[in-house]
Design a protein. Structure first.
Length: 402
């Protein structure tokens, strides 16, 4: 990895062989793999000077890891030989093969990899933008709030705790409930989990386990429901039941809220977005990750409209597919590698226990450790998430080795 920043605003002019938009896990992983394959003209567009390992934020919010362990300077993870343009992308014209950058400059490319991640739409729920980070409202989905989550959990001894999420079970709810149980105050705290799906988890085998976990903690689960408004002054939220259309007002003493998420606005408004995606995610063949209309464009990670969970584990499997298929196209061949939809959801269910749910597009279990029963809560899986996965991420995935 680079020891000094490859800052390259002066190198915008001219045609760039490969442009990678996004310096998160997806963009860096693909750039590293292309460099290892011998590609020499790679330009990375990323405005942030900080690279975050986001999976650790759940444990930060649960008081099990420091925030500093999830952060490194962006320049330190950029592969040697990759130009870094530290500006924001504003638009892509796939016909002209240009990327418009903040400041008005245009970058011309031959091949494009889209990996800008997603954006948190705090304004997507009325009142949430004003409430988050204030009083008793927090969220692990932004680094500035995750440490506050733990402070609120740690100080709570009674009242109502509400956890909302736009999709999938919320791990911090289980961590909080386990903490309160260990303090012997859980019986004085009403814990409510609000999720829009009809089940706790889309893979039945793991859903059954999570139902037992929720029962163990006495968590009230509101299925097919979403938080649709927040009143921070009154400490109330509105929950809409999508099955019946009814609305319920819930008071809270602690609220952990996850905002709606979508593609960045410039992606949503651009020609590469999938018309079938309400969130404006990029169209991509679910196996080759190639754009259906532009064979020199690939997308992966959170911004790609793929029928699988948006996780770092999914990126780990997508990056080698994108790199290999891009090399195929660069050499005049059809894409040969296929992504099967593998993703992994580490479901932390207690302070020292975790389920590791791994599955593919067809929701079939796809275990990395076939001899280990991952359908039960395990301490070794928690140790794996806390102590093994971070160095694997920094030294394996981001370097293109894993």
């Amino acid at each position: 990895m680079a020891a000094t920043p490859s800052y390259a605003d002066e190198s915008i002019s001219g045609r760039h062989r490969v442009a990678v938009i996004g310096g998160g896990s997806a963009g860096i992983s693909v750039a590293a793999r292309l460099r290892r394959a011998g590609v020499t003209d790679i330009t990375l567009v990323e405005p942030s000077d900080t690279h975050w390992y986001q999976p650790l934020w759940t444990l930060v919010g649960g008081g099990q890891a420091p925030l500093r362990g999830s952060r490194r300077p962006e320049w330190s993870v950029i592969p040697d030989g990759v130009r870094w343009i530290r500006r924001r992308a504003l638009a892509v014209d796939p016909d002209a093969r240009t990327v418009t950058l903040a400041g008005g400059d245009e970058l011309t490319y031959e091949y494009l990899v889209l990996a800008p991640g997603l954006q948190l739409d705090w304004d997507g729920v009325p009142g949430l933008a004003d409430a988050v980070g204030q009083d008793r409202v927090s969220s692990n989905y932004a680094p500035e709030y995750a440490p506050r989550t733990w402070e609120l959990i740690k100080d709570m001894r009674s009242g109502t705790a509400v956890f909302t999420h736009p999709a999938t079970p919320l791990k911090i709810a289980y961590l909080a409930a386990d903490h309160w149980r260990r303090l012997k105050v859980l019986d004085r705290i009403r814990v409510i989990l609000v999720i829009p799906d009809p089940v706790l988890f889309k893979v039945p085998a793991w859903s059954r386990v999570l139902e037992k976990v929720a029962d163990r903690y006495g968590i009230e689960v509101r299925l097919r429901s979403e938080m649709t408004a927040v009143d921070g002054d009154r400490r109330e939220i509105t929950v809409t039941d999508h099955a019946s259309g009814s609305k319920e007002t819930l008071g809270y003493d602690f609220l952990h809220a996850v905002p709606p998420q979508s593609a960045p606005d410039w992606i949503k408004a651009g020609p590469l977005a999938d018309p079938a995606s309400p969130q404006g995610f990029v169209a991509a063949d679910k196996h080759t990750l190639q754009h259906p209309l532009h064979d020199n464009v690939f997308a992966l990670g959170d911004v790609a409209n793929l029928p699988t969970s948006k996780t770092g584990a999914a990126v780990r499997k997508q990056a080698p597919v994108v790199a290999a298929n891009l090399l195929d196209v660069m050499n005049g061949r059809a894409p040969s590698r296929r992504y099967d939809g593998y993703t992994s959801c580490p479901l932390v269910t207690a302070r020292d226990r975790m389920l590791l749910a791994e599955f593919d597009y067809d929701l079939r279990p796809a275990p990395t450790f076939p001899l280990i029963n991952t359908f039960r809560e395990r301490r070794d899986m928690w140790v794996f998430k806390r102590y093994v996965l971070p160095p694997v991420y920094w030294h394996g995935m981001l370097t293109g080795r894993l």
